[in-house]
Design a protein. Structure first.
Length: 200
């Protein structure tokens, strides 16, 4: 667990814990090499700081707003550590909840992209939100307020998901960054994630 404040330049096992948390919740430090999923390190470098900033801004209402900040700092202080602990503590209940909520609209049987509408878009948003790739921290698209419209925030969340699973989605297609287009390879990884959740 992370029991101290952390900042760029720090080292220790708690830095590795932080990197594992960020990578597993959609705030990927890097898609390959040191710091990537499965290759987390004990060094808090600039890429870790960048991932922390993305995390802080995704949960700005809980982390930044209470201390009067509008943008993430990359400094893992009390409010950031509190949110990490909160998300770690609720993860076991959110994971197994996926299979019972699986509907005929999900996983999607069609390609989805910006502007698409339908119940499968709503289910896609639910899947992204439950697995740490937040569509929105509040309002439309946020957990419990998913919509049937594939907007820019849904696209951004899909990109984060694709980058997290780059080896399965992007690299085979010769891509280095997510596109936000939910095509066959992305749908296949989503389906695999649902099956894994169902067998846990």
């Amino acid at each position: 667990m992370i029991e101290r404040n952390l900042a760029e330049g720090d080292t220790g096992s708690d830095v590795r814990t932080l990197q594992v948390f960020l990578n597993s919740h959609g705030f990927v430090i890097t898609s390959s090499g040191l710091g990537s999923p499965g290759k987390e390190t004990e060094y808090f470098g600039s890429m870790t700081k960048g991932a922390v900033i993305r995390f802080q801004e995704a949960y700005s209402g809980d982390i930044l707003a209470p201390v009067g900040l509008a943008a993430g700092t990359g400094y893992v202080g009390p409010s950031t550590r509190k949110k990490i602990l909160e998300l770690i503590s609720i993860k076991p209940t959110s994971g197994p909840a996926l299979p019972p909520e699986k509907s005929s609209a999900f996983p999607p049987t069609r390609n989805l992209s910006l502007g698409a509408e339908g119940e499968d878009v709503r289910e896609l948003q639910r899947f992204l939100n439950k697995n740490g790739f937040l569509v929105s921290a509040s309002g439309a698209g946020s957990p419990g307020n998913e919509t049937s419209l594939f907007g820019q925030r849904t696209k951004d969340a899909v990109i984060a998901f694709q980058n997290a699973f780059a080896e399965d989605i992007l690299i085979p297609a010769g891509l280095s960054d997510g596109t936000g287009f939910v095509g066959p390879s992305t749908r296949k990884v989503i389906e695999r994630a649902l099956l894994d959740a169902a067998t846990q």
